[in-house]
Design a protein around this ligand. Structure first.
Ligand code: SF4
Ligand code: ZN
Length: 730
């Protein structure tokens, strides 16, 4: 059914209260913006000619605002004049709400064109926007936070522009938003104000300081790209695109400080898209539109009201912590000189363990630190550390311990000034000086774990208790117990083969943006995003039986070697709108699994090498198939079968079921060095099993060997790579 998005605005303006003053500003602002764009555009065309290419770096969406709303693929300067003329004609002098919104849309187009013209001189080695400014944000970043936007771990987006009257209160607002997990776009002087208040900004904090003035359009083109990527809606379907923005992206604008007609016109571009605008300026009644453009002078109330007007309800447990907490802090690292204490990482003995206990062995919510608290240490100290998380739940199973334990990493990293890496008895933790100065204690780590385990796994976790040990004696005494648990767990996992189970699981989480895609997750093949293993899917099904992971029975074997079952085909057929009839789980050449868009790696055949190559999302460079990751991603994604190409999770490469039907591990001839180093030990262990000697990893070429077939072939020959002796790939 077609969407009539503008219905949303019907009746927004109370009878007889047309805000003409406001609409006049919007009109004037839009005319100014469009005229300015025209001047710059004609200068650029004079200088470079109409055939000169125009676009932003790192995106497959051309000029994204234009691509999204009109579907046009702007490639060269000469494409722009007719578009801009159309946008000027759309700015009408009759002062109505509808015309103001259209003028807002025109202003977004104008801003996007002005910004794109700035990129004509773009040199990848010299960023147009110097640190900390981000300028245009490329597709890889948009994708990186995709799942979190889709599942609302990131509950919404706040766009903050202008200058705050009280920088301290602004900092508090931004930190509150970060704590709730919001994605934040900042433009104009608020950025300097926040930096002065020591608020951390940047991609790692999902708080993007875009730049000044027209750079605010990078918030718009980010949101609209997220819609195109994750909404699966055809570019150019303007109403459907806006409807998706309104329902899923959930943005609002805080427009601070003195108003300026161009900014006000741009704010109406936001309203056009369904984002309300809240300002801190006292406005007369005829300068406001209830729920869409209105005043909240008190900074302490602004966020609350913004959430209400957007209908964003947060279900999260509120943690009482002296530090900020939320996914915004996940990527933060703590350098040696910024750290207060350090635990594990090969420097001291440390481990962490989630274990299932009986009902009588646990006191719910209890956090205990046995041994000295953080105050007993001085800056730069290292100490032994053990974290034991006891879980009781009627539906808890030992099988889930590993799933829960792996989440400790995320949960601890959500704390500002807490840093966690690796797991088990190789875990490595740091706590920053800043966090300690704010009052962070070891016990807060326990409190975080109690709250998050309950919040994220409510169906399997009924009670949680955390005990932290900080003396050598205790850690030494307990570590053998933990190691025995890891060993048992690994043994169970090793026995967990595709043959050993009678049920696989599906994952359809990505259908929100790739409606014809379903992952089949098996013990030996994890989801292509790398985030969903068979155990995760099983636990998730337990937690939420109607959720995205459903059991798929393994019945009616059709081809055991290639991995085809009648029941799996039926499931896939029904779940993909009848788009996909048959799938071979262990092949990339013959009826392979489809790919959505969030694959960790993409594999492609290299017929000249009789093998395949693999590249990763992290690897930006060229590959021997002549395409970069992003070009490949455009070919492979979207939920259609593309034999010869496939998106996979990193860990699938070392599975015994890795494209078994096409020759398996021995086909891998090229991968980025980073991936090779990550998997080195397992690649070698698996290579040994397959009879490729002790050092299979070093037989695989990488970008240091070459990025063309001609460059890598001599290397493969010299190493005696097994692919060269295998039967022809095609
Ligand atoms: Fe998406 Fe597949 Fe990962 Fe599920 S397992 S989140 S469907 S990529
Ligand atoms: Zn996906």
């Amino acid at each position: 059914m077609a969407v009539d998005f503008d219905k949303l605005f019907e009746g927004a303006i109370p009878e007889g209260k047309n805000p003409t003053r406001l609409f006049r500003q919007v009109y004037n602002g839009a005319i100014t913006a469009v005229s300015y764009a025209e001047i710059l555009l004609s200068q650029a065309i004079r200088r470079y000619g109409p055939e000169h290419p125009v676009g932003y770096p790192d995106t497959a969406y051309y000029l994204p605002v234009i691509r999204c709303y009109s579907g046009e693929e702007v490639k060269k300067l000469g494409d722009l004049p007719p578009i801009l003329n159309r946008m000027r004609a759309q700015v009408k002098s009759e002062l109505t709400f509808e015309n103001a919104r259209l003028a807002g849309e025109s202003t977004w187009y104008a801003a996007e064109i002005i910004e794109a013209l700035r990129y004509l001189e773009y040199d990848p080695n010299e960023p147009l926007a110097p640190e900390p400014w981000t300028g245009f944000i490329g597709d890889p970043v948009v994708r990186r936070f995709g799942i979190k936007m889709v599942d609302w771990t990131i509950p919404g987006e706040a766009i903050i522009i202008g200058r705050a009257k009280d920088p301290k209160k602004l900092a508090r607002m931004v930190q509150e938003l970060m704590g709730m997990g919001f994605m934040i776009f900042l433009c104009d002087e608020v950025v300097e104000q926040l930096l002065e208040e020591n608020v951390k900004l940047g991609i790692d904090y999902i708080a993007y300081p875009l730049g000044n003035f027209t750079q605010v359009v990078h918030a718009a083109n980010y949101a609209l790209r997220a819609g195109m990527m994750f909404g699966g809606i055809t570019p150019g379907l303007r109403d459907e695109q806006r409807d998706y923005q309104r329902r899923r992206i959930r943005a609002f604008v805080l427009y601070l400080g003195e108003h300026d007609m161009v900014k006000t016109a741009a704010a109406f571009g936001a309203i056009f898209t369904g984002f309300p605008v809240i300002t801190d300026q006292p406005l007369a009644e005829d300068e406001q539109i209830p729920d869409w453009f209105f005043t909240v002078e008190d900074y302490d109330k602004m966020i609350q009201i913004a959430l209400e007007v957007r209908g964003i309800k947060l279900t999260k447990v509120r943690l009482e912590l002296p530090i900020n907490f939320g996914p915004a802090f996940e990527g933060e690292s703590i350098r040696k000189d910024a750290m207060y204490v350090e635990m594990g990482g090969g420097r001291t003995t440390a481990f962490e363990l989630v274990r299932t206990v009986g009902e009588g062995e646990i006191e719910d919510g209890k956090v205990e630190v046995i041994g000295p608290e953080i105050d007993a240490f001085k800056a730069g100290d290292r100490l032994p550390f053990a974290t034991i998380v006891d879980i009781y739940g009627r539906k808890m199973q030992e099988d889930y311990e590993g799933v829960l334990e792996r989440r400790i990493h995320d949960f601890i990293n959500y704390g500002e000034g807490l840093w966690h890496t690796a797991q088990r008895d190789i875990v490595w933790l740091r706590i920053s000086k800043e966090a300690v100065a704010k009052g962070a204690k070891f016990r807060h780590l326990g409190e975080i774990l109690v709250a998050k385990m309950k919040e994220e796994f409510p169906a399997i976790v009924d009670r949680v208790q955390v005990t932290i040990y900080t003396t050598q004696e205790d850690v030494d005494r307990l570590i053998p117990m933990a190691r025995e648990k890891y060993r048992q767990r690994d043994e169970r996992l090793r026995g967990l083969t595709d043959e050993a189970v009678d049920t696989f699981y599906s994952c359809v989480l990505c259908q929100s943006f790739a409606p014809n895609h379903a992952c089949i997750v098996t013990p030996e093949r994890l989801g292509l995003c790398g985030a969903v293993s068979w155990l995760d899917a099983k636990a998730s099904h337990e937690i939420n039986p109607a959720g995205p992971n459903q059991p798929v029975p393994k019945e009616g074997v059709m081809d055991e070697w290639k991995g085809m079952w009648k029941s799996v085909n039926e499931y896939v057929y029904n779940q993909t709108n009848h788009n996909l009839e048959e799938v071979n789980i262990y092949s990339m050449l013959d009826k392979p699994m489809t790919s959505c868009g969030c694959f960790e790696c993409i594999m492609a055949i290299l017929p000249e090498c009789n093998g395949i190559m693999i590249t990763t999302r992290e690897h930006g460079g060229m590959t021997p198939c002549g395409m970069t990751f992003s070009t490949l991603a455009g070919m492979v994604g979207g939920g259609t079968q593309t034999p010869g190409f496939m998106g996979v999770g990193r860990r699938y490469l070392v599975s015994r079921k890795f494209i078994r039907a096409d020759g398996g591990l021995g086909r891998i001839v090229w991968m980025p060095k980073e991936l090779k180093e990550q998997l080195r030990e397992e690649l070698n262990a698996r290579g040994k099993e397959e009879g490729f000697g002790d050092n299979f990893a070093d037989m695989i070429a990488d970008e240091t060997v070459g990025t063309t077939v001609d460059e890598i072939l001599p290397f493969l020959e010299e190493k005696g790579h097994p692919a060269l002796k295998m039967e022809p790939l095609m």
